[in-house]
Ligand binder design. Structure first.
Ligand SMILES: [Fe+2]
Length: 306
């Protein structure tokens, strides 16, 4: 093999270097991405200082644990959802509730309750009290009893328990098992929108791109039941100024919910309500699962890493 090469010869060497074993799939993906990057460096005349500044940024991004923010902010989370929607359509699958971003802040193992739960108990939140309630249904509209509804949202500072040391474990994270009619409900305080952390690798890139890093107010869900496809989604609270300009591109029309204000507490006493409150009604529709793994209530990383 010769040691002096032009760009094309180097790329061919990088992508065909193979002592045996390994994975054909990984080789194909690596070859494509390295090839595309070689081309970008040449087309854009990327200078060594720019390249190494980029490498330093990637190192700091990994160390900060913000890789999952950048994937959202550069559209990859939404891209994967769009591709999954397209695959469902090609396969002729009945539509369920739209899927939406999981984000990097799901934590498994939240305390579990049957039927209903007070999510903000002991959370000392500032914000409007609201109840969200509805049913989990299959694509024929049949209620799904004993479905698991994992719910998690930010506190009034826009921060999530587990990642924010100031909050107790599993603060504002609960799992609700639906009742015999497939119903769930919970009480909490409406979360505000929030922004990417300032002075971080993520904000550095967004500043350089001239972009804001705001997410509109939202509540996350992972809904699962045997035989049905687990659904990762979120609802957006109507009226947020960034609702149509989410930095993560995650808003979906059918996931924008209205808060019905001034609802009487009659019938909601078990949630500790004695004053009028805001009510959100929302049903989750789950598609049929094609295998057991699809119905497992797993985070994206848990699913990917087995
Ligand atoms: Fe979030």
């Amino acid at each position: 093999m010769k040691n002096e090469m032009n760009q094309a010869e180097l790329l061919a060497r990088v992508n065909t270097s193979h002592q045996g074993g390994g994975s054909e799939r990984v080789r194909a993906i690596s070859a494509r991405i390295v090839g595309d990057l070689f081309k970008a460096i040449d087309d854009l005349d990327i200078q060594p200082d720019e390249f190494w500044a980029g490498v330093d940024w990637i190192s700091r991004l990994g160390a900060s644990g913000q890789a999952g923010l950048i994937t959202a902010g550069l559209g990859f989370d939404r891209l994967l959802d769009i591709r999954q929607d397209e695959a469902d359509e090609r396969a002729g699958l009945a539509k369920g509730t739209p899927r939406a971003i999981e984000g990097p802040l799901y934590v498994a193992g939240a305390p579990s309750f049957k039927g209903e739960v007070v999510l903000d108990e002991g959370a000392d939140l500032k914000g409007d009290v609201f109840v969200m309630e509805g049913q989990v249904l299959d694509t024929h509209g049949k209620p799904v009893p004993h479905a698991l509804v994992d719910v998690w949202h930010a506190n009034d500072h826009g921060r999530y328990s587990h990642f924010d040391p100031a909050q107790p474990a599993y603060n504002l994270r609960r799992r609700i098992e639906t009742d015999a009619q497939g119903r769930y409900r919970f009480r909490s305080c409406l979360p505000p929108g929030y922004a990417i952390p300032p002075n971080s690798p993520t904000s550095e890139l967004f500043t350089a791109l001239g972009r804001h890093g705001n997410r509109p107010a939202h509540v996350h869900f992972l809904v699962a039941a045997p035989g049905l496809r687990a659904l990762t989604t979120q609802v957006n609270i109507s009226g947020d100024p960034f609702i149509h300009d989410d930095f993560a591109f995650a808003t979906r029309d059918d996931l924008i919910v209205e808060v019905q204000k001034g609802v009487s507490p009659a019938g909601y006493e078990s949630l500790g309500l004695t004053q009028p409150f805001g009510l959100v009604r929302f049903n989750f529709t789950l598609q049929p699962a094609r295998d057991e793994d699809e119905s497992a209530p797993k985070s994206r990383m848990a699913r990917a890493l087995g």
